[in-house]
Design a protein around this ligand. Structure first.
Ligand SMILES: C[S@@+](CC[C@H](N)C(=O)[O-])C[C@H]1O[C@@H](n2cnc3c(N)ncnc32)[C@H](O)[C@@H]1O
Length: 275
């Protein structure tokens, strides 16, 4: 199964937060406000807590957060960093070590929002189908953000970019523990399964300038590694591409766009407007 380092999650957090559709979050906040009582929210695949760090100050009606992940070390990082923020806001939180492959066993009673970030691209169609059944049964609104959508654009252009993108997207669809991963197709598949309205399905692309040079370097190296796994015979050409891109990141001349999608849905409820 996939494991993610706290350092990698911390490195991407500022660009994750900048990329998110703030208007979609504001509509979710307005919806929770209309409950006219304190709300409870659950974050799936929380990692080191980036999604809750973003949402906690923006969803002031959430009085309790549950963070769920199968990695106890990441959840410990999340707890340590979020606790002071939560206490200052009068919010409580708990963390639960759960293997989300068994999504049907997750207790969702009493939650007013289920959210997840940078996770849906790891799962399979079969998992999304089971997840949608759970969310519908509990009629819990869903905010799923930062799902990779397959779009990569690097400037200045390089003749090998399209080959790398194709190999990376194939690698994205290998099994990450949930069966063959949806990868770039995850957000669109989830949006259909959850009957998301077009206005609640929006772009949240990373646009990485030289200010994010270390993230650029690590992304490019990660893509080169994934591409080599899919096409070992192309190892030398891919390594040369990686070296060219790394040198450009070092020189501060690289611009990288990575496509992502945010969505909001209200499964099990009539499609009343979110605004
Ligand atoms: C790309 S990270 C995103 C973390 C966090 N949501 C964020 O935005 O920084 C994916 C997360 O999924 C978690 N994960 C992967 N497979 C899992 C599983 N089977 N059960 C629970 N969590 C899982 C990983 O531990 C990791 O924290």
């Amino acid at each position: 199964m996939e494991s993610f380092s706290a350092d990698w999650l911390a490195l991407r957090e500022p660009d994750d937060h900048a990329a998110r559709d703030a208007a979609l979050t504001a509509r979710v906040a307005a919806r929770l406000n209309r409950l006219a009582r304190p709300a409870r929210a659950i974050d799936l695949a929380s990692g080191a807590g980036s999604n809750v760090r973003y949402l906690l100050p923006r969803l002031p009606h959430v009085s309790h957060w549950t963070l769920v992940d199968y990695d106890p070390a990441l959840l410990a990082v999340a707890r340590q960093s979020l606790q002071p923020m939560a206490e200052a806001a009068g919010v409580t939180l708990d963390t639960q070590v759960v293997d989300l492959r068994h999504i049907g066993a997750l207790p969702l009673d009493g939650y007013d929002l289920l959210t997840t970030a940078a996770f849906l691209d790891l799962v399979s169609t079969e998992w999304i189908d089971r997840w949608v059944v759970c969310c519908t049964r509990h009629a819990v609104p869903v905010l799923a953000v930062l799902s990779y959508d397959g779009h990569l654009q690097i400037e200045p252009a390089d003749p090998m970019d399209e080959e790398i993108r194709t190999l990376v997207n194939r690698h994205q669809q290998t099994d990450k523990g949930f069966g063959p991963a949806l990868g770039p197709d995850a957000a669109a598949y989830a949006a259909r399964a959850l009957q998301v309205r077009p206005e609640d399905f929006s772009a949240s692309d990373w646009v990485l300038s030289s200010a994010s040079a270390e993230l650029q370097r690590q992304l490019v190296a990660g893509w080169a590694g994934a591409a080599c796994e899919m096409a070992p015979s192309r190892h030398d050409a891919i390594s040369n591409w990686n070296a060219r891109r790394r040198a450009q990141a070092d020189q501060g001349v690289l611009r990288v766009v990575v496509g992502h999608r945010d969505l909001f849905a209200m499964p099990g409820r009539s499609l009343s407007p979110t605004r």
